[in-house]
Design a protein around this ligand. Structure first.
Ligand SMILES: [Zn+2]
Length: 69
Protein backbone atom coordinates (compact mmCIF):
# COMPACT_ATOMS: atom_id res chain seq x y z
CA UNK A 1 0.00 0.00 0.00
CA UNK A 2 1.33 3.38 -0.89
CA UNK A 3 0.54 7.00 -0.64
CA UNK A 4 1.05 9.44 -3.44
CA UNK A 5 1.55 13.03 -2.40
CA UNK A 6 1.06 15.93 -4.73
CA UNK A 7 2.67 19.07 -3.37
CA UNK A 8 1.84 22.58 -4.48
CA UNK A 9 4.35 24.61 -2.58
CA UNK A 10 3.07 28.00 -1.50
CA UNK A 11 6.58 29.33 -1.01
CA UNK A 12 8.14 28.61 -4.40
CA UNK A 13 5.19 27.50 -6.52
CA UNK A 14 6.76 24.14 -7.34
CA UNK A 15 4.49 21.27 -8.22
CA UNK A 16 6.04 18.01 -7.15
CA UNK A 17 4.95 14.49 -6.41
CA UNK A 18 6.37 11.73 -4.34
CA UNK A 19 5.32 8.35 -3.15
CA UNK A 20 5.76 6.63 0.14
CA UNK A 21 4.54 3.49 1.74
CA UNK A 22 2.75 3.06 5.00
CA UNK A 23 2.48 0.01 7.11
CA UNK A 24 -1.21 -0.39 7.68
CA UNK A 25 -3.25 -3.53 7.48
CA UNK A 26 -6.42 -1.75 6.47
CA UNK A 27 -7.27 0.86 3.93
CA UNK A 28 -7.40 4.38 5.21
CA UNK A 29 -9.50 7.21 4.05
CA UNK A 30 -7.67 10.40 3.21
CA UNK A 31 -9.52 12.17 5.97
CA UNK A 32 -8.19 9.64 8.44
CA UNK A 33 -4.67 10.28 7.27
CA UNK A 34 -5.28 13.99 7.66
CA UNK A 35 -6.13 13.35 11.27
CA UNK A 36 -2.72 11.80 11.75
CA UNK A 37 -0.52 14.31 10.03
CA UNK A 38 2.61 14.71 12.05
CA UNK A 39 3.33 18.35 12.70
CA UNK A 40 6.30 17.60 14.94
CA UNK A 41 8.49 16.18 12.23
CA UNK A 42 8.87 18.70 9.43
CA UNK A 43 7.64 17.78 5.97
CA UNK A 44 9.40 20.01 3.47
CA UNK A 45 9.09 21.09 -0.12
CA UNK A 46 11.71 19.09 -2.06
CA UNK A 47 12.52 22.16 -4.13
CA UNK A 48 12.90 25.05 -1.70
CA UNK A 49 12.78 23.19 1.62
CA UNK A 50 9.95 25.33 2.90
CA UNK A 51 8.14 23.59 5.68
CA UNK A 52 4.73 22.38 4.55
CA UNK A 53 3.30 21.20 7.83
CA UNK A 54 3.50 24.10 10.21
CA UNK A 55 -0.07 23.13 10.91
CA UNK A 56 -2.48 20.54 9.64
CA UNK A 57 -4.45 23.17 7.74
CA UNK A 58 -1.24 24.40 6.16
CA UNK A 59 -0.35 20.91 5.06
CA UNK A 60 -3.77 20.14 3.65
CA UNK A 61 -3.87 23.35 1.67
CA UNK A 62 -0.58 22.52 -0.06
CA UNK A 63 -0.56 18.76 -0.27
CA UNK A 64 -3.08 16.33 -1.66
CA UNK A 65 -2.83 12.67 -0.82
CA UNK A 66 -3.84 9.80 -3.05
CA UNK A 67 -4.01 6.31 -1.64
CA UNK A 68 -2.78 3.51 -3.85
CA UNK A 69 -3.61 -0.09 -3.25
ZN1 LIG B 1 8.87 25.11 -2.41
Amino acid sequence: MGLSYTIDCRACGAHTEYRTTICRSRSLEATTIADHIDTECAIRCPVCRARLNKSRADFLSQVSIVIEA
